[in-house]
Design a protein around this ligand. Structure first.
Ligand SMILES: [Ca+2]
Ligand SMILES: [Ca+2]
Ligand SMILES: [Ca+2]
Ligand SMILES: [Ca+2]
Length: 642
């Protein structure tokens, strides 16, 4: 019989005996004393004689996972039994079916084999999407534990915070001196204000890929290509372009800031000084942009002109971008492309006969210095399992991983010890990109880097597509970067004092002419776009929204019609009792109204954009002025009959 039940029966017996005594009328010797103690028979100090539990029960140690960061954490456990498991979400950005993804899968498999208590949820996010998606996810509390990021984005991303805490975990407290030493100087590229925002896993820079079959066909000798001057390079490219109308010497995304970087340095310009201050507006950089404009575009007239609209043979294929240059190279249509090591695997798989080397010296006989970026792994400060996430991060950016990525995907290691690994040291591809990287500009991690690419892209479009003078385009980019960084302006962003800045929304399209600014009078036919809408004269189309609000639930559909559209009926979009219609119209004054599903006119109770209501018995009416300003009645309120 269970001790507990036995004890209970005994207690009842004693009580009944005492009761029997009472019946006997003898009140003096029948007092029963409660016994305090532990009454739980599963406790180690169970007292079978106890009648009242005094809360002293003690139990044998409970074995389980005692790490509160583990996915199977047992709050009751007092003895860790080594059963802790960790569930981590990982975001990578290696292109699907690439050699990079193959190397990554190998590294993940090796980690899982040696860390069987980790459960990894590995997700692919396209490279361009990862940064914004991470920021959004982190602010929503849905960030992955571990994610891959380029080092020049670290400062910018880490500047975001949740509740005052940066969304990237500082790894400094987790690193031993020996671990830091293994990364050498590459750590400076991931360290911002003393915080280690990621561990670098690979470095990369642009290099020159050359198509041997294309060059052989036209008889160009490329034996000494790694020592070519710009003239030798240019001559080879011209030879290819001249030989066939379907072949071009060169294809690369010449209007992308990242691609423009080495050209700028090759012609004496810079985007930053050594302290990280933007230098786009410097005289040397403006001069470099002008020289490149001549060299690439042949504009203004008289330049070398490697683009089709230049005055010389078109050796640079127009319209080259990140997407099409590799295809043209693989199809033997172009002799040279400028691309990073990440593309190597895909090009090699195409069986094109190619080599790769450093870019030639510039016409100034100085090396093109490409932007050297690093990519690596970071930990979310919102991770529930930070220690485990750090363990994974150290593995993904560690020695074995760097060896695997160098061998399989030709990604350049950042640990010098990896370069000494026999399989890596003997790899001509890694060595070739390493030579170009050695000429490169090491990407700093400061927040400024994230503010550079957009304004420099815009600067290239302004110069190459919009006809803006390089000096103005550079001043505009400098102002945009300084504003993004929140540092004092070193340039006058409103040189003509017309009240409109050369950069930003509502920008002045000519900051050297005070009669030109957004909203200025723009007489048509003078060849000048005074109001900055892109055409001489006024671009008259204005897009706006009309609204009908009804109190009458019997209205199930609303259609709009008005003078803006020749009184043609158009269905509104419903949101509860609100219907809206987006219209595009020209400047002018227009009557309008709306009707319900039965073609009943919904009345004359109109409301101005500023909220003023009127019901004067006429249709609603609004006015659009030439500068796009909308005044008057854009809302109609239909009230049910009382
Ligand atoms: Ca201005
Ligand atoms: Ca102006
Ligand atoms: Ca005009
Ligand atoms: Ca205009």
């Amino acid at each position: 019989m269970d001790n507990k039940i036995l004890s209970l029966l005994l207690s009842m017996l004693m009580v009944s005996m005492a009761a029997a005594g009472c019946l006997g009328g003898d009140d003096d010797d029948t007092t029963t004393t409660d016994v305090d103690g532990c009454t739980d028979s599963t406790a180690t100090n169970y007292n079978p004689d106890a009648t009242v539990d005094d809360g002293t029960c003690a139990f044998p140690p409970v074995a389980g996972c005692m790490d509160s960061e583990a996915s199977n954490y047992d709050a009751a456990a007092v003895e860790d039994d080594g059963s802790c498991t960790y569930s981590l979400t990982v975001w990578h950005s290696y292109a699907l079916d690439s050699t990079e993804e193959e190397a990554f899968n190998n590294v993940i498999a090796a980690f899982e084999a040696s860390h069987t208590n980790y459960d990894l949820d590995v997700q692919y996010v396209p490279f361009d999407d990862l940064k914004p998606q991470y920021v959004t996810a982190a602010q929503a509390g849905e960030a992955p534990d571990v994610f891959r990021l380029q080092n020049d984005a670290l400062g910018e991303v880490a500047a975001n915070n949740v509740g005052g805490v940066s969304i990237i975990e500082d790894l400094a407290p987790y690193m031993t001196p020996a671990e830091l030493a293994a990364y050498g100087t590459s750590m400076s590229g991931v360290t911002v204000n003393g915080e280690i925002l990621g561990l670098p896993q690979s470095g990369d820079s642009l290099a020159l890929y050359y198509n041997k079959d294309v060059l052989d066909t036209v008889g160009v000798d490329y034996g000494n290509i790694s020592n070519w001057t710009f003239t030798e390079f240019y001559t080879a490219a011209v030879t290819v372009s001249m030989a066939s109308e379907n072949h071009w010497g060169l294809c690369f995304p010449y209007k992308a800031a990242y691609q423009f970087w080495p050209w700028l340095t090759g012609y004496g310009g810079s985007i930053f000084d050594d302290s990280g201050n933007p230098t786009i507006n410097s005289a040397s950089t403006v001069s470099a942009i002008q020289t490149i404009q001549l060299a690439l575009y042949g504009q203004p007239a008289g330049g070398t002109g490697v683009l089709p609209d230049g005055s010389s043979p078109a050796v640079l294929k127009a319209g080259c971008d990140w997407g099409n240059m590799e295809d043209m190279f693989k199809d033997n249509e172009v002799a040279f492309i400028i691309q990073g090591p990440w593309a190597y695997g895909g090009i090699e798989a195409s069986n094109v006969n190619f080599g790769h080397t450093v870019m030639p010296l510039s016409v100034l006989e100085i090396p093109f210095s490409p932007f050297v970026g690093m990519k690596g792994w970071s930990v979310s400060s919102g991770s529930d399992s930070k220690a485990a996430a750090v363990t994974l991060t150290k593995y993904l950016s560690g020695y074995d991983s760097q060896v695997e990525f160098a061998k399989t995907a030709k990604l350049l290691p950042v640990m010098s010890s990896v370069l000494d690994h026999p399989d890596v040291a003997s790899d001509s591809v890694v060595a070739g990109f390493g030579a170009q990287m050695a000429r490169g500009f090491g990407a700093p991690a400061y927040a400024a880097m994230g503010s550079v690419w957009g304004p420099v892209d815009s600067m290239l479009a302004d110069v190459f597509d919009n006809g803006m003078a390089p000096a103005d385009a550079a001043r505009k980019a400098q102002a945009a970067i300084e504003k993004a960084l929140g540092i004092p302006l070193t340039v006058d962003d409103d040189a003509d004092d017309d009240g409109y800045s050369i950069d930003g929304a509502d920008a002045d399209c000519n900051d050297n002419d005070a009669t030109v600014y957004p909203g200025a009078d723009d007489p048509e036919g003078d060849g000048i776009d005074q109001n900055c809408d892109g055409i001489d004269g006024v671009d008259v189309s204005v897009t706006m929204t009309l609204t009908v609000h009804t109190d009458d639930s019997s209205v199930t559909a609303v259609s709009f019609k008005g003078a803006y559209g020749g009184w043609a009926l158009e269905s509104g979009t419903q949101d509860g009792m609100m219907w809206t219609l987006e219209i595009t119209t020209n400047p002018g004054t227009y009557e309008w109204g709306a009707e319900d599903q039965d073609a009943n006119w919904l009345g004359t109770h109109c409301e101005d954009v500023d909220g003023t209501a009127s019901d004067d018995g006429s249709n609603c009416e609004f006015t659009v002025t030439a500068d796009g300003t909308i005044t008057g009645q854009t809302k109609l309120h239909y009230m049910a009959a009382m």
